[in-house]
Design a protein around this ligand. Sequence first.
Ligand code: HEC
Length: 215
Amino acid sequence: MKRIAVMSAMALSVGMMGCATQAGGIGGEDASTYMTKSFKEVIATSFQAKGSAGLDRLVQTEAQHECSKYDYLGKPIPKDIAARIEKDHYSKVVYPADGKYFGDWKAGMKIAESGKGMTWNDKPGTPNGGNCINCHAMLPNNPSQGNLGPSLVGYGKTRGNSEQIVKYTWARIYDSTSFNACSQMPPLGASHALTPQQMKDVMAFLFDPQSPVNK
Ligand code: HEC
């Protein structure tokens, strides 16, 4: 995995969800050479469930499994497998029930800057952060932002706010695997890491002309 500039507790837990190169998966099958029996035993005996951090996090999704497998083999994932995974994920994107895509950009900025949540000692029900700036530059002239993902500085200003771009951005945040089977961006909506309202706030942070992203 590439280096992330700013590390936080959530980066680690989200990394478990998002990293295709994360080896493991208690429930995974031995379809690829890296998932040997002894390897699976090491994984199974090395982790304990604690708080909200259950062992289900060690079970890879199909996308993670396929992407890890081909990464291990040093080959690109076959186009037909990638396309099938992307289509499947895209078909499950849930758009806002009220048709409104934008909340409060100030709340969205806090969510984008926070890497908190989903660790074993977080109280269940406490809102999570989105951890966006751990991977993306979003604020102009701020050196403490990650570069694993592309810069989103000026996002709304440069992309506009057509229905197409708004829905694309929502789907991207909801489940990035819909566009790239081996995306390293965690599925923030599909995993319920962010609530629909939090996603709307983050959308406003990206698109609102008053947001520092577009200044
Ligand atoms: C673990 C790293 C990571 C985190 C956390 C993350 N992203 Fe991403 N994001 C990426 C990567 C990598 C891409 C590049 C595309 C891909 O993977 O297919 C991306 C792509 C995107 C894109 C598409 C950019 C384009 O040019 O079309 C948007 C929009 C986006 N991310 C927004 C967000 C927002 C908003 C958050 C927080 C709620 C977030 N990301 C959190 C890694 C991350």
